[in-house]
Write a protein that binds this ligand. Structure first.
Ligand code: DI6
Ligand code: FE
Length: 403
C-alpha cells in the first residue's frame, strides 16, 4: 500500500493514544492510510469526504491496535543452551554447568564461531515468529561477541534483519554485557581495550542506535558502566541499562542521571530508584520471561512505578540463557499474571511505552501523522490479547503495505 491510499473500515480501534476511553478505544472506526502514514483515524460516521476516493478495505469488525513493539531482545545469537537447561534439571549445579562450558560463555563461543549468514538465518526464524504475532518493530542487542569483530558482526546482522523482513529494527550496543574468558578478572581492561573501542568502531560504521550495559555483581559495576555511558554521551547516543535484575547496585539511578531511555528488569529497584526514573522520564521495561526462567521470587515494584507515574513497557528479553521466550503475547500474559499489571498496561507496554523506550515518536499509537504500523486481530476486546496462553489471534499486519 506504500505510494497508495487506503481507507480501512468496519473495525474497532484500540488507538492507545491519550483519551478518556480505556485503550484509547474508538468503536466502529475508520483509518485512512497514505504512503505508509496514518492520515486520519476516528469514528466511521465522521470520515471526511476527502477520503471517499480511497480504496476501501473492510475488516469485518476486527480489532486494530498499533503494531506491537518488542523493545528488549537478544534475538541475534549463536547456538542455544538447551543442553545446559537439561543438565540443570538433572541436578547439575551452576559450577558444573560452567565447568562443562555452559552459561553466557558458551553463547559467546557459538556466536564468535558463526558466520554472518548463519546468525542471520537463525535470527530470522525467531523474528518470523514475532512478525506472526503482529510485531512491527524490535530492538536487537549485541553483547555475545565481546570482541570488536563479533560485536560489529552482531549489529550488522541486526541491520540485515530489517533488510530481509518487513519489520523495523533498532540496534543496541551491549559490549558491557559480560567479561570474556580472555579478560577474566580484568573487567576494567576489557572495558578500556575492547568495549569502548568496539563502541567507537560500531558508531563509525553507523551500526548503533542506543548503548546498553549490564549493571550487576556478576557483570559490571556502576563506575564501569559510567565510563561506557560517557562515550555514548560524547557520540550523542542515548543509553539504556539492565539494572537491578538480581540485586540493587543503584543502576537505575545511574541510568536516570544519563537521561536513559529505559531501565530494564528492575526486580530489586527501591522507591528512591523509582523516583529517579520518574524525574528523568525513563521508561521501566518489565521482563517477565527472565523472572520466570530464573524462578525469581522478587517481583518488580509495579505499585511504586504506578504511584510515581513511571511509564512501563513489557518485552520478551529473548535470549538463549535467562529468557528463551519468543512470544510477546506470552510476555503480556506473564506481566498480568505474575506482576498484576492490567491488560491495558500490558498492551500499552508493548505499544506506546515500548516506542518511548526506543526513543521512537513515529509509532506505538494510532494517530494521524504516525507510521501505518498496525496489527489486526480476531478478538472482540483488547484484554483478550493478554488473556489467552499459547493462542495467537493475529489476522494480519499493516506495515506500510498489508502483509
Ligand atoms: N540479563 C540476563 O538475564 C542475561 N543478560 C542480561 O543482561 C543473561 C544472558 C545469558 O545468560 O545469556
Ligand atoms: Fe536482556
Amino acid at each position: 500500500m506504500t505510494g497508495n491510499s487506503s481507507l480501512f473500515v468496519d473495525l474497532n480501534a484500540a488507538t492507545m493514544s491519550e483519551s478518556q476511553a480505556a485503550y484509547g478505544m474508538i468503536d466502529n472506526a475508520a483509518i485512512a492510510v497514505k504512503d505508509g502514514l496514518i492520515e486520519w483515524v476516528g469514528p466511521l460516521a465522521d470520515v471526511p469526504l476527502a477520503y471517499a476516493g480511497y480504496s476501501k478495505t473492510g475488516l469485518e469488525g476486527r480489532l486494530v491496535t498499533p503494531g506491537l513493539i518488542d523493545c528488549h531482545t537478544h534475538i541475534v545469537h549463536g547456538g542455544d543452551r538447551a543442553v545446559e537447561f537439561e543438565m540443570r534439571l538433572n541436578g547439575a549445579s551452576y559450577e558444573e554447568v560452567a565447568r562443562a562450558g555452559g552459561g553466557i560463555v558458551s553463547t559467546v563461543t557459538a556466536t564468535r564461531a558463526a558466520t554472518e549468514d548463519e546468525l542471520l538465518e537463525d535470527a530470522l526464524r525467531r523474528v518470523d515468529v514475532l512478525i506472526g504475532e503482529g510485531v512491527t518493530t524490535i530492538e536487537i542487542k549485541s553483547g555475545y561477541g565481546l570482541d570488536v569483530e563479533t560485536e560489529l558482526r552482531m549489529l550488522q546482522v541486526a541491520r540485515a534483519v530489517m533488510a530481509n523482513r518487513p519489520i523495523r529494527v533498532k540496534t543496541t550496543f551491549l559490549g558491557a554485557h559480560a567479561t570474556p574468558a580472555e579478560y577474566a578478572g580484568r573487567d576494567d581492561a576489557y572495558i578500556d581495550n575492547v568495549c569502548i573501542p568496539a563502541l567507537r568502531a560500531a558508531y563509525a560504521e553507523g551500526l548503533v542506535d542506543v548503548v546498553d550495559g549490564f549493571c550487576e555483581n556478576i557483570a559490571f559495576q556502576p563506575a564501569q558502566i559510567a565510563r561506557v555511558f560517557d562515550v555514548a554521551r560524547e557520540l550523542g547516543l542515548p543509553v539504556k541499562l539492565h539494572a537491578e535484575q538480581l540485586s540493587n547496585l543503584g543502576g537505575a539511578k545511574l541510568a536516570a542521571s544519563y537521561s536513559a531511555l529505559s531501565a530494564d528488569h528492575i526486580e530489586y529497584l527501591d522507591e528512591d530508584g523509582v523516583k529517579a526514573l520518574a524525574e528523568a522520564g525513563t521508561v521501566a521495561v518489565i521482563l517477565p520471561g527472565a523472572f520466570y526462567t530464573l524462578r525469581e521470587t522478587q517481583a518488580p515494584p509495579i505499585t511504586l512505578l504506578r504511584k510515581h507515574g513511571v511509564p512501563m513497557a513489557l518485552a520478551t528479553d529473548v535470549n538463549p540463557g535467562s529468557s528463551p521466550l519468543n512470544s510477546l503475547l506470552l510476555a503480556l500474559n506473564m506481566g498480568c499474571t505474575l506482576f498484576r499489571m492490567t491488560p491495558e498496561e500490558a498492551l500499552r507496554g508493548a505499544t506506546q511505552n515500548a516506542a518511548r523506550a526506543l526513543g521512537l515518536t513515529d509509532t506505538g499509537t494510532i494517530k494521524a501523522g504516525l507510521r501505518a504500523e498496525l496489527a489486526v486481530w480476531d478478538v472482540k476486546h483488547p484484554a483478550e490479547l493478554a488473556y489467552r496462553i499459547g493462542f495467537n489471534p493475529l489476522h494480519s499486519r499493516i506495515f506500510g503495505a498489508v502483509s
